[in-house]
Design a protein around this ligand. Structure first.
Ligand code: FAD
Length: 507
């Protein structure tokens, strides 16, 4: 009896402590005294603030307060742009003591509202930390500041015949620290795997200012828990990534791409299977674009595709890329695949265009990479990036369109297009809804409808963009209660005051 009462009281204590720790901590607003403190160790051009003594107009902060989609908007008064890890550490130490919320910001290209404050948190921009620290052309290990733009890193290692293991449409603006923090997938995941495999080490400033120097360049290191993995995809909720060590693969000696028109979506899976069989190790991308997405890309000048006659009767398109070591070998494999496709009794494709020059190669890629930008030109976009069985891609797009039709929202003044495109090879569909404006009617027609649909396929509500501010309420569709509780406890260990990117990932 005594034993069970003791156990019960221990449980009660636990529960009380748990309730206490999961309550939303109160955070303080930034004051002029804080600015004066930051000015002691940061150069003046590293501080942008509407507060005195800096007093810039709010318009100068606007771009940092607003996300890429124009969907999320914060009211921060202050952006800090440190140049060194030590400066980041001093900022975090102060914010930890003062209980000031901090939002790390990379290129601000995130699509789930994670990179902007929800209230008046401090914005910590990594854009002034943009130096390559080292590159080993033999091992391919690249060590760089977190604020390096992905495309600049690609250009930096190109003369050494290496490429970055990831590539995405936002490469001209997104930063490697942002890529790591979102565990970005992108166009090369099929070939080079996720950042959980290619990141070798990280330097992270923890919420209390402690610098965790885990910037290893070793391929193998089994000394206990692999802490870096926790920060990959943490979306700035556990610490500020200040340095990244990443394995870059040798550049392929030859690349080809081809865009294929398919009469029906049913042919995508058999085509993928055939492509894998014929191309095996040289298949490096297999991207799906539905007809509406293709037409929007062409309409908004994102690459030059097929002629009007060629796309007649096409329901969707596949962009296929090969990369390998020997031109003749790769071309022979690709040609055999294309001949098989065209000469079959029941052809899987209606036609295709094989790039004939580096310029055409880029132009064909643009048809796929340019889709997000093209869709954004049609109005405001609701973006769902989901993992579901490949065979269900069309069902999900059709079901969403039907749901919006049923609700009377499918017209020019509400929802203009429902589009599907994405990384077939990774089972990742981008479901985009282009609307005249973000409205509560459209949002309530889409949510939880889309999340329930994804859950019915046992899919994931975020294949690669993350949870950010957009999906905190929906994380349970893809994570069990046990997993969410463990995540909360990990957050508590790293960030007991809840200052890191508040109200993101976990509610
Ligand atoms: C046109 C377009 C195409 C895209 N294509 C893809 C795609 O194919 N695949 C894909 O996965 N994503 C894609 N995205 C989404 C986006 O580009 C990626 O999520 C990218 O990795 C974000 O990097 P960023 O530097 O812009 O980060 P931000 O948007 O600034 O931040 C994203 C999140 O990471 C956190 N963060 C940023 N930097 C740090 C840091 N140094 N330390 C700690 N936390 C940090 C932020 O707090 C935020 O939560 C696309 C976006 C656009 C606009």
């Amino acid at each position: 009896m005594l034993h069970s009462r003791t156990a019960a009281s221990r449980l009660l204590r636990c529960a009380t402590r748990w309730q206490h720790s999961s309550a939303q901590p109160t955070l303080n607003s930034i004051t002029s005294d804080d600015i004066a403190h930051f000015a002691q160790f940061l150069p003046q051009n590293a501080i942008l603030s509407t507060l005195s003594p800096i007093s810039v107009p709010p318009s100068e902060i606007e771009q940092y307060n607003t996300d890429w989609m124009g969907k999320y908007r914060g009211s921060s008064t202050t952006v800090l742009r440190p140049q060194t890890t030590e400066q980041v550490s001093k900022i975090m130490k102060w914010c930890h003591e003062r209980r000031i919320g901090v939002v790390p910001q990379g290129g601000n290209t995130g699509l789930v509202g994670g990179s902007v404050p929800l209230k008046d948190e401090l914005i910590l921009s990594l854009s002034n930390m943009s130096k390559v620290r080292s590159f080993d052309p033999v091992s391919g290990a690249l060590v760089a500041d977190a604020g390096c733009i992905l495309e600049s890193l690609t250009e930096y290692i190109a003369p050494h015949d290496h490429i970055m293991p990831l590539d995405l449409g936002a490469k001209g603006s997104c930063q490697i620290g942002g890529n790591v923090s979102t565990n970005a997938g992108g166009l090369r995941l099929l070939r080079y795997g996720s950042l959980h495999g290619s990141v070798l080490g990280l330097e992270v400033v923890l919420p209390d200012g402690t610098i965790l120097d885990n910037l290893s360049t070793l391929r193998k290191d089994n000394t206990g828990y692999d802490l870096k993995q926790l920060f990959i995809g943490a979306e700035g909720t556990l610490g500020v990534v200040t340095g990244v060590s990443i394995l870059t693969p040798a550049a392929p000696r030859t690349v080809n791409n081809v865009i294929l028109a398919l009469p029906t979506f049913e042919n995508v899976l058999p085509l993928f299977k055939l492509a894998q069989q014929h191309l095996s190790e040289i298949l490096s991308a297999f991207e799906f674009i539905d007809r509406t997405a293709y037409e929007l890309a062409v309409k908004h000048g994102q690459g030059k595709g097929l002629s009007d006659e060629e796309i007649e009767g096409a329901e969707c398109f596949v962009l296929l890329e090969t990369s390998g070591g020997k031109k003749e070998h790769d071309e022979e494999k690709l040609n055999i695949l294309l001949e098989t496709l065209l000469e079959s009794d029941q052809p899987l494709i209606t036609t295709g265009v094989l790039s004939q020059s580096p310029a055409q190669f880029v132009s064909l890629w643009k048809l796929r990479e340019g889709v997000p930008e093209a869709v954004s030109k049609e109005g405001k976009t609701y973006k769902y990036d989901i993992s579901i069985p490949i065979a269900s891609f069309k069902e999900v797009v059709d079901a969403t369109r039907e749901q919006l039709r049923r609700k009377g929202l499918l017209h020019e003044d509400a929802v203009r297009h429902v589009i599907g495109y994405g990384h077939v090879g990774d089972g990742n569909l981008h479901l985009n809804i282009a609307a005249a404006a973000y409205t509560p009617e459209i949002e309530s027609a889409l949510e939880p409808f889309v999340y329930e649909l994804v859950a019915s396929y046992k899919g994931s509500i975020s294949a690669e963009h993350g949870i950010g501010a957009m999906k905190t309420h929906a994380i349970h569709y893809s994570k069990s209660g046990v997993a969410i509780n463990l995540m909360r406890r990990i957050k508590q260990v790293f960030d007991p005051h809840g200052i890191m990117n508040p109200r993101k990932v976990l509610e």
